[in-house]
Write a protein that binds this ligand. Structure first.
Ligand SMILES: [Zn+2]
Length: 400
C-alpha cells in the first residue's frame, strides 16, 4: 500500500499550538491548587496470591499488519521472541464499541461498556483495580495505568459503580500530558538549564503533539482530581527528563515506556496497565507511520518483558498480557480502511492476545475464539481476588 497523506494536517498543527497554550494556561491555574495524595503510599496490600500482572494494550492494529504471513515482519519481537513462550489466542474479539475509551474500559471491567467514547463518563461496572483494592486491601500504589492514548481520561481508573469508585481507583498517568505541563512550567519559570535545552524541549513537544493529535481531540491537562502525589510526580518528571535528554528516536509511546519502567522500578505495582497508541497515527492517513507505530509497540512490549525478567520483584511471579484494543477497518471500506476502526467487520473486531510468564503452564496456540471481557475475570483469579461480576468467562488454559 502506498503512503497516503490526509488533508487537514495544517489544522492539526494549529490545534496543537492552541492546545499547548491551553495546557500552559491550565498549568498556571493548577499550580495554585492544593495537592492531594492519590498515590496511596503505605504498605502493599498483604492479600491475594502474590502474583503480579502487567497488561500491555496497543491501539487498533489489524491482523493483516501483525500476525499474518505478510505482517510478521512488522512484529519481529512478538513473533520470534515472545510467541514461542506464550499462550497465544489468534482470535481475540472486541464485541463491544470499537472506540478507545469503551474498548479499554471493557477490557478493564470484564463487561462491554457503552459509555461516552471520549471518556467523559466512567465505566459503569467496577474495574479490576477497584475490585482488587476493595476485596484485598491493595494500596493505590499497587495499581497503575500509564497511557499514551489521549482518547482516555483519568476516568479509566475507576468506575461509577456504587460502593466502588475513585476511592478504590488506580493511579492514572498520561506522560505526554505531564510533559506538556512540565515543559510549560519550565518555560514559564525560566528554570531550564540553558536555552539549547529549552529549544530542544519545545521542539520535541511540538512534534509529539502533532504526531499524536488524532481524532480531533484536544489535550486535557490534569485537573484537580488528577493531581499526583509529589513522590509520583517527581518519579515521572525524572523519566520525562531522561526522555528529553536522551536524544534518541522519540514518540509518545517511548515516553510511556520510560514512565512505565520508572513506575515498575520505584513502586513495583501488583497490577500495571500500559497503553501504547503510536499506531493511532493511522487516523492521519499515513500507512508508513502506522506500521512504524506497530514496530515501536513490538519493540517496547519486548523491552517491558525484559525489564520484568530482570526485576526480582517481578521475575517468576508475573504474567504479562499483550493485546490490541481492536483491529482497523478493511481496505476498500467506506470508512477509509486502516484510517479508522468503525466497521462491524472481522478486520475491525478480531485481533489476537498473548499471555506470557507465570500463568503460562505450557506455550500453546488456542484456536478457540475468546472475547476481551474474558481477560478481566481471569486476571482477578490470578491476583487471588474472589470472582467479579463479568460478562466474560475465565480462560481455562491459565495456570491460576
Ligand atoms: Zn483510534
Amino acid at each position: 500500500m502506498s503512503r497516503v497523506i490526509s488533508g487537514g494536517s495544517e489544522a492539526a498543527v494549529d490545534r496543537s499550538r492552541r492546545d499547548f497554550l491551553r495546557a500552559a494556561t491550565a498549568l498556571l491555574v493548577g499550580l495554585n491548587l492544593p495537592q492531594t495524595s492519590l498515590a496511596g503510599g503505605g504498605q502493599h496490600g498483604a492479600g491475594g496470591s502474590g502474583q503480579r500482572v502487567v497488561v500491555v494494550i496497543f491501539g487498533g492494529v489489524r491482523r493483516a499488519e501483525t500476525f499474518s504471513p505478510e505482517g510478521l515482519e512488522n512484529i519481529p519481537h512478538l513473533s520470534r521472541d515472545l510467541l514461542p513462550r506464550a499462550l497465544f489466542y489468534p482470535d481475540a474479539r472486541n464485541e463491544g464499541v470499537t472506540a478507545h475509551f469503551n474498548a479499554i474500559s471493557s477490557i478493564l471491567t470484564g463487561n462491554w461498556q457503552r459509555v461516552d467514547d471520549w471518556g467523559k463518563l466512567a465505566p459503569t461496572t467496577p474495574t479490576l483495580f477497584e475490585h482488587f483494592r476493595k476485596r484485598l486491601g491493595a494500596a493505590q500504589s499497587d495499581t497503575w495505568v500509564v497511557a499514551s492514548n489521549k482518547a482516555l481520561t483519568s476516568l479509566i481508573g475507576a468506575s461509577s459503580a456504587s460502593e466502588y469508585g475513585p476511592v478504590y481507583g488506580a493511579n492514572v498517568v498520561f506522560p505526554k500530558q505531564l510533559m506538556v505541563a512540565a515543559v510549560a512550567n519550565a518555560l514559564r519559570a525560566g528554570r531550564s538549564r540553558n536555552m539549547a535545552d529549552r529549544a530542544k524541549i519545545e521542539a520535541e513537544l511540538e512534534s509529539m503533539l502533532e504526531a499524536g493529535n488524532y481524532e480531533g481531540l484536544g489535550w486535557t491537562v490534569f485537573d484537580g482530581a488528577d493531581r499526583l502525589d509529589p513522590r509520583v510526580r517527581a518519579t515521572i518528571e525524572e523519566a520525562i527528563t531522561t526522555f528529553v535528554r536522551g536524544g534518541g528516536p522519540t514518540s509518545g509511546d517511548e515516553l510511556t515506556f520510560l514512565v512505565s519502567r520508572e513506575v515498575i522500578r520505584k513502586f513495583s505495582p501488583r497490577l500495571l496497565v500500559v497503553i501504547f497508541s503510536d499506531v493511532e497515527v493511522a487516523h492521519f492517513g499515513s500507512y508508513a507511520l502506522h506500521v512504524g507505530g506497530i514496530r515501536t509497540g513490538d519493540r517496547l512490549a519486548y523491552q517491558l518483558w525484559q525489564e520484568i525478567q530482570g526485576n526480582s520483584e517481578y521475575q517468576n511471579k508475573t504474567t504479562m498480557v499483550i493485546l490490541p484494543e481492536f483491529g482497523r477497518d478493511p481496505d476498500g471500506s467506506t470508512t477509509n480502511g486502516f484510517f479508522n476502526h468503525r466497521g462491524d467487520t472481522e478486520s475491525t473486531r478480531s485481533t489476537w492476545m498473548m499471555a506470557l510468564g507465570a500463568a503460562v503452564d505450557k506455550p500453546q496456540i488456542i484456536e478457540r475464539p475468546i472475547r476481551h471481557v474474558d481477560l478481566c475475570t481471569t486476571l482477578a483469579g490470578l491476583l487471588g481476588c474472589p470472582p467479579m461480576e463479568s460478562q466474560g468467562a475465565r480462560l481455562a488454559e491459565w495456570q491460576v
